[in-house]
Design a protein around this ligand. Structure first.
Ligand code: SF4
Length: 317
């Protein structure tokens, strides 16, 4: 049974100009011990999906439709007090730009202790011992519990935040653009850490990124989002070997791979649409080089295509 199953998740934001259709009919699964990459340009709805799973959406946002099945239970109808039991212990998150999320006036160890004691009834001494072993788990010398955040490098701060997110032994960790503010060498070390945590702890993961080559370093599966729609979904191998959706093909041309041969980069022409008034049917049609009449009239469904576990929402297939 999957740890997490999204079935037709639709989340909208109310703004003064109307409803923003941020995520529409999004479905995917994450198995135990598996990592799924959620990939797309900024504003495509990836973070909205993450906030919907934890039900920490900003005011004015609504889950309009769909199910979020976690550990066999639909989270959508749960109250805030029921969700509080699931956040951190069941599903935890490392937020985007979290490198600056540590409080500069408290020692790192005390901040991890606070995170542990917020969710568990343990003594300060036990929580501090756990903070030390959590730091060790993420590759930081345990004695650094006594340091202040400014005494940590950027990479160590990112590691400390990952340690904090693991404080209550969650089953599922969501990492929103982990390590993006770091230089490439430190970012590669953070990705290596994520991969080893997944293996050591049997952790399930959703990794959010705008960069397919980054999720390929950690994830087995990938879901590509464009303007709030899931457009392609499948194993990393299948999508790298045979990208089917024209948007995925564009994304692969737009990013240099971390490894492999050098190639000429191309960009996707045009701009992502305004989600207050997105293009009808296939939302990619104004930017698609293969657009047909039907693409402007009916939304293509995500259907099995290609070899293996590979799904695409495009009339070319
Ligand atoms: Fe292009 Fe049509 Fe496929 Fe959309 S459905 S990606 S417009 S070919």
């Amino acid at each position: 049974m999957p740890v997490l199953q999204l079935d037709g998740l639709t989340t909208n934001y109310r703004t003064v100009r109307g409803w923003v259709k941020a995520a529409e009919d999004v479905s995917f699964e994450v198995e135990k011990g598996e990592a799924l990459g959620l990939v797309g340009e900024s504003g495509c709805g990836k973070t909205t999906v993450a906030l919907s799973i934890l039900k920490i959406l900003p005011s004015g946002a609504r889950i309009r439709h769909g199910k979020i099945i976690f550990d066999g239970r639909d989270l959508v109808p749960l109250s805030d007090s029921e969700m509080r039991k699931i956040r951190w212990k069941g599903i935890s998150i490392v937020f985007q730009g979290a490198m600056n999320a540590l409080n500069p006036v408290f020692k790192v160890g005390d901040q991890i202790v606070e995170a542990i004691r917020l969710h568990e009834d343990v003594s300060k001494g036990d929580a501090m011992r756990r903070a030390e072993s959590l730091l060790e788990l993420v590759g930081v010398e345990p004695s650094r519990v006594n340091n202040y955040p400014h005494e940590f490098s950027g990479g160590m701060r990112q590691r400390a935040l990952i340690a904090m997110a693991l404080a209550s032994n969650p089953q599922l960790l969501i990492a929103d653009e982990p390590g993006t503010a770091l230089d490439v060498i430190v970012q590669a070390q953070v990705l290596k850490l994520m991969r080893s945590l997944k293996e050591k702890l049997g952790l399930s993961m959703i990794m959010i990124s705008h960069d397919l080559s980054i999720v390929a370093e950690v994830c087995e599966k990938v879901a590509i989002m464009y303007a709030g729609h899931l457009v392609e979904y499948g194993s990393i191998e299948a999508i790298f070997k045979e990208p089917l959706h024209p948007y995925t093909q564009g994304l692969l041309g737009a990013f240099p791979g971390i490894k492999g041969e050098r190639r000429k980069l191309t960009s996707i022409p045009g701009q992502p649409p305004d989600l207050l008034a997105p293009p009808a049917a296939c939302r990619f049609h104004p930017r698609c080089p293969y657009v047909m009449d039907i693409c402007k009239k009916e939304k293509p469904l995500l259907e099995k295509a290609g070899s293996g576990d590979h799904y695409v929402a495009c009339y070319l297939y």
